[in-house]
Structure formats: structure tokens, C-alpha cells
Write a protein that binds this ligand. Structure first.
Ligand SMILES: [Zn+2]
Length: 260
């Protein structure tokens, strides 16, 4: 994993420039750092999900809940960093005004207290990464069955809109075949651009054949895909493996019935 934090590039090497330009340059550097940390947080959530899946498979629910609570803190921090980044962007344009500082604090208080005042379900239930995490954990023991919305904790506000979305998520995630090779996903890579997944060898070959940029090979998806937009999707890899194990078990059971 890359370095979590390094001093902002802005302002350090610039010997000259007036104080305001230097400050703007620093703010710019700080914004890039925030972006970097948010990327790392996303990667961390993926890594935690893989670990939690292993724990769920061996039945250690207590440890899964520990990972869950760490993820919630991470999501809270991500939210705060998002607010910070947004306010930095605004601040960089109003350095000349005296109100900038009080604006910053008021906006911060306002956004963060509104976030903190939300129910658990509102904070995490609507976070797609967290929902995905809960969905994966749920699927370890309940493959194919719909996940109850109450799993998000709090008041479990499962309004109609949410359940529809759940179904869509479950529907897309159940496709374990590579759109390029049409075979089961092998070492799946997932696109950060459109969230579609492909077998590593197949998609990299496909991208090469299209001179480094291809249209996403999933029907109806027109997003442009480059190799750098893809990440190794270990969570999906586990899901495919579990699905195949399940198919094999069903097949064995069917054969056993036939023999009987
Ligand atoms: Zn796509």
C-alpha cells in the first residue's frame, strides 16, 4: 500500500510568489492529499471485506462485527474528508475575504453535525461500499436469498426505493461470467469506471487488441476502459469460488440421488 500521507507538494518548492499564491498552492496540495487518502480508504474497505469474508466462512461472527465497526468509522472519516475537500476548494477562491475563516467553520459545523445526527441506517445503509460489504457477508451463508434491510442497524428504514435497489445490486452481482471470454471469471478485475468485472487475461488482451482503450465489453455499457482503471477484485474472486463450490455440491448431490 502506498504512503498514507506526505506533506503537500504545493508551497514547499516555490521559493517565490506572494503569501496568497503560496497558500493557494498549499491548499491545492492538501486537496490532492485528501483525494489520495480517500482512495486508500476505499482500498482498505476492499481489503477488510476480504478478511471479513474469511472470518464469516469460519463462523467468527464476533470478529466480523469488529471489522464492521472499523468500516463504519472509516466511512465517517471519509465523509469528513469529503467535507474538508469541498470546503478547501471553496476557501481557495475566497482567500481575500475576511469572512472566509468563519464561513469555513460554520459550513464545517453545519455539514458534520447534520451527518452525525443521522441514523445508522441513513449514514451507512446508503453508502454503496458498506451495503456491498454487508451483502457479501450475508451471501456467505445465504447465497441467493434477499438480504433484509434491517441488517443496516438503527431503524432499518427499508423504504420501497431501497429494496428495489437491493434487487438490482443482487441481480448484477450474481453474474459471475466474464463478458469477454463468456467463461467463469478467473482472477477478476473490476472497472472503477463502471463497476463491471472481467477475467484478467481476457480483458487485458481485449484492451491490448484495442490499442490501450476499449469500450466496456458489457452489453449496453459504453464506458471507455483502460488497464489503469481496473483493480484486482478479490472479493468477487471469492464469490465466484463459493458459487462454483456450491454448484459442484449441488451436482454431487444430484448424482448421488441418481445412483440411489
Ligand atoms: Zn461497463
Amino acid at each position: 500500500m502506498s504512503q498514507l500521507y506526505s506533506p503537500s507538494q504545493g508551497g514547499r518548492s516555490t521559493g517565490g510568489g506572494d503569501p496568497q499564491t503560496q497558500l493557494q498552492s498549499r491548499l491545492h496540495g492538501l486537496r490532492s492529499n485528501i483525494e489520495g487518502i480517500r482512495d486508500i480508504a476505499e482500498e482498505t474497505i476492499r481489503v477488510c471485506t476480504v478478511a471479513a469474508l474469511d472470518l464469516e466462512e469460519i463462523g467468527d461472527s464476533a470478529k466480523v462485527e469488529e471489522v464492521d465497526s472499523s468500516l463504519r468509522s472509516l466511512i465517517d472519516s471519509q465523509y469528513r474528508l469529503g467535507v474538508e475537500r469541498e470546503l478547501m476548494t471553496r476557501l481557495a477562491t475566497q482567500l481575500d475575504t475576511e469572512t472566509a475563516d468563519s464561513d469555513y467553520l460554520t459550513a464545517w459545523e453545519d455539514k458534520v453535525s447534520r451527518y452525525d445526527g443521522q441514523s445508522e441506517a441513513q449514514k451507512y445503509g446508503k453508502n454503496s461500499q458498506y451495503r456491498d460489504f454487508r451483502q457479501q457477508i450475508w451471501d456467505v451463508k445465504h447465497e441467493g436469498a434477499a438480504m433484509p434491510s434491517g441488517l443496516f442497524g438503527g431503524d432499518g428504514n427499508g423504504d420501497g426505493e431501497d429494496s428495489d435497489e437491493d434487487l438490482v445490486i443482487a441481480g448484477t452481482k450474481l453474474n459471475y461470467r466474464c463478458p469477454v471470454s463468456a467463461s467463469w471469471l478467473v482472477e477478476p478485475l473490476t472497472s472503477k469506471v463502471c463497476n463491471h468485472s472481467y477475467s484478467k487475461e481476457a480483458i487485458l488482451g481485449y484492451i491490448r487488441a484495442h490499442s490501450g482503450t476499449c469500450d466496456c465489453p458489457v452489453d449496453g455499457c459504453r464506458k471507455k476502459i483502460k488497464a489503469k482503471d481496473l483493480f484486482a477484485d478479490q472479493v468477487l474472486e471469492r464469490k465466484v469460488a463459493r458459487h462454483l463450490r456450491q454448484l459442484e455440491a449441488e451436482e454431487t448431490a444430484a448424482q448421488y440421488t441418481l445412483v440411489q
